[in-house]
Design a protein around this ligand. Structure first.
Ligand code: SME
Length: 155
């Protein structure tokens, strides 16, 4: 990971150590992630509910009409059901895509894994096509691990 990205992971670890509720942890992480790049145009969390659906959590960006997503729908549902990061370089070419904004062109969804269990996911949209590279993915997976560690501490 480059030093700028490693610094963001460190900053998030420090910020969430001072957050004591789930929503505060997620909000602090979403705000710091969003501030990392002008190309991150919607940055937030979807969290797994007891009924097995994803519900939107803290986010930075325009309001989304997709507040609850079933696992067989959307890029968000795909990442949660595959238990793996999904990167979509051009959302207009992906029939799974659920639009939150008509300007979105690429998306990354990184699950929050606790062992084999999906606690939720980080979702980022960009208005630029093919915006998310391997470095973003590695950084966001490291951030996801930090968030999961903190959520388990405060649970
Ligand atoms: N694009 C997502 C829906 C969430 S909004 O982008 C915030 C999807 O296809 O699942």
């Amino acid at each position: 990971m480059d030093s700028e990205r490693a610094q963001l992971v460190d900053n998030i670890r420090i910020a969430i150590a001072n957050a004591s509720t789930r929503d505060d942890v997620l909000r602090a992480a979403a705000e710091l992630i969003d501030g990392f790049s002008d190309g991150y145009n919607w940055t937030g969390f979807y969290m797994m509910r007891d009924d097995g659906k994803l519900e939107v959590g803290p986010y930075v960006g325009p309001p989304t009409e997709h507040t609850v997503i079933e696992l067989d729908r959307g890029i968000c549902g795909a990442a949660a059901s595959q238990r793996a990061t999904v990167v979509v370089d051009n959302v207009l070419d992906d029939p799974r895509f659920l639009a939150c904004s008509i300007t979105t062109r690429s998306e990354i969804v990184v699950p929050l894994m606790d062992g084999n269990t999906v606690l939720g996911e980080i979702d980022i949209d960009s208005d630029k096509p093919k915006f998310f590279n391997g470095e973003d993915r590695i950084m966001l997976e490291a951030i996801a691990a930090e968030v999961v560690r903190r959520l388990k501490e405060i649970a």
